[in-house]
Ligand binder design. Structure first.
Ligand code: FAD
Length: 461
């Protein structure tokens, strides 16, 4: 008999799960509490967005806009977002053209065009691009070869070793800069004592094996990813209900029975939760779970950042399509230095997310969730973002149409740090599973959410 699967949440993790399981012949139903697909990867259509809706959705996803230029009221009153497509905040996908999410879409029979780029570095005098040049690659060759050939046993040993320790033991010269930058960007964590070497190297290793660009962005905005998975689900007779909140997961004798949606009861053979794991016990009774499991899930920490979208009238062609990292020393954040990124991939006209002759630049700087709520820290981080853009585009204010700075205190569901132990896809309850970026799976953010879905699809073979 065909098994009925309920997926709670239409984030990238829930949608990938839906696509993979519906292809396998499962009868898939997704309930999503918002009226839009994508969860933290959702995309706004500037033509139809109101200030009230913008603020409402941001607050639902643990975000606010502490700064803008001009005021948000003026931006909306003057219809300045007309013709723009905006995600919740800065997004750049690790692995670029060959990212895990891009490959999953291809494997499920669909296609999304990804625009990939290498990474450059902003320095006092301007920038270097790419950051890792051929001569650096040759110098790092022995290390790259060792990394490429390392097995999971070595990676597991390095899981417990922080990047700070790795730098102290092995790195010299430019390798120090690279290890100060890339693991921070990959994890959205500034504190090198908390970042696991194993996790960071694993991500680099999979990029090396694929030979892909370090980062990328989908044409048309993140919504293209969600739509691609949703199309596969619908083609395979799955159903996605938007604006439907799962109020309770029903469990009997240690086994899942179904869910209650807005007071209506539905029976399912399998229930998959895509919601933030810290909130799981808002919809399922704790009495069914071991105490340690509950305590761990509730105390897992996410990541934060301050983003900035700049709409500009002109951009030097030398910057177009490129991505630049920067490091702010003594930034007054946990981990001392703060790393950020300014990206001109979204500025390419083919990205299709800005009106003609306008260029959308996205950027972000990493901070902790608590720092993302502190006005004083945010002011300093905003100043850092603007100053780094100024290095790339002197006097950028003269080219500015508007700027919006969204702050986020739940960027990654669970930070991939040494002290956070992510839960497995499998839970202590029979036929109840977890997917998304809160779950133990390779990669960070969107890729982690996609890979958790793959793990589940393999488990349910
Ligand atoms: C501003 C910002 C910038 C980011 N930048 C990057 C980046 O550059 N690169 C990257 O890889 N990742 C980035 N991320 C992280 C990335 O967006 C997430 O990792 C990914 O979208 C998480 O997907 P998910 O499926 O795990 O969960 P979510 O997207 O959180 O999906 C969960 C869904 O469940 C729904 N839901 C919750 N409760 C219920 C309920 N009771 N009933 C029904 N539905 C429910 C929610 O509405 C939501 O749609 C960023 C995130 C943000 C917010």
């Amino acid at each position: 008999m065909v098994k009925k699967v309920c997926i709670i949440g239409a984030g990238i993790g829930g949608l990938t799960t839906g696509a993979l399981l519906s292809i396998k012949g499962y009868n898939v139903t997704i309930f999503e509490k918002e009226k839009m697909l994508g969860g933290r990867s959702l995309t706004f259509d500037g033509d139809n967005l109101t200030l009230e809706n913008y603020r409402k959705i941001l607050s639902k996803f643990s975000m606010s806009v502490p700064f803008s230029e001009p005021t948000l009221e003026e931006i909306f009153n003057k219809n300045m977002l007309k013709g723009y497509t905006l995600d919740l905040g800065f997004h750049s996908i690790e692995g670029g053209t060959m990212s895990d999410v891009g490959r999953a879409i291809i494997e499920t029979g669909n296609k999304v065009e990804m625009m990939g780029t290498k990474l450059g570095l902003i320095c006092n005098r301007g920038f270097e691009f790419p950051l890792v040049k051929i001569k650096d690659k040759l110098r790092f060759l022995p290390l790259i070869t060792r990394l490429y050939l390392s097995g999971e046993k070595t990676m597991k040993r390095l899981d417990k070793q922080s990047i700070a320790e790795t730098i102290k033991i092995y790195a010299k010269g430019k390798m120090i800069t690279i290890l100060e930058l890339l693991p921070r960007v990959a994890t959205t964590v500034n504190d090198l004592d908390k970042i696991s070497t194993g996790e960071s190297f694993r991500a680099t290793q999979s990029n090396l094996r694929r030979g892909s660009t370090p980062v990328g962005y989908p044409k048309g905005g993140l919504v293209s990813l969600s739509n691609a998975f949703a199309d596969v689900i619908k083609e395979n007779n799955g159903i996605i209900h938007l604006g439907k909140t799962v109020k309770q997961i029903n469990i009997e004798n240690g086994k899942v029975k179904g869910v209650n949606v807005d007071d209506e009861e539905f029976k399912f053979d399998i229930v998959v939760s895509n919601i933030l794991v810290q909130r799981l016990f808002n919809i399922v009774s704790e009495k069914h779970f071991p105490k340690d499991y509950i305590k761990n899930l509730k105390t897992l920490k996410g990541t934060g950042s301050l983003c900035a979208y700049y709409s500009l009238n002109n951009i030097d062609s030398n910057l177009m399509g490129k991505s630049f990292l920067f490091i702010e020393r003594d930034a007054g954040v946990e981990g001392k230095d703060a790393v950020g990124m300014i990206e001109f991939v979204t500025a390419i006209p083919e990205a299709g997310i800005a009106p003609s002759s306008k260029y959308l630049v996205q950027s972000y700087i990493i901070c902790t969730p608590d720092e993302a709520k502190s006005k004083k820290t945010l002011e300093k981080l905003k100043e850092t973002l603007d100053r780094n853009l100024e290095i790339l585009i002197p006097n950028f204010y003269s080219q500015l149409n508007w700027a919006i700075y969204p702050a986020i205190w739940h960027l990654d569901g669970v930070a991939k740090t040494i002290d956070n132990i992510k839960p497995d896809v499998k839970t202590p309850i029979k036929n109840l599973y977890l997917v998304g970026d809160c779950v133990k799976a390779p990669g960070i953010g969107i890729n982690c959410a996609v890979n958790s879905a793959r793990i589940l699809a393999d488990l349910l073979e």
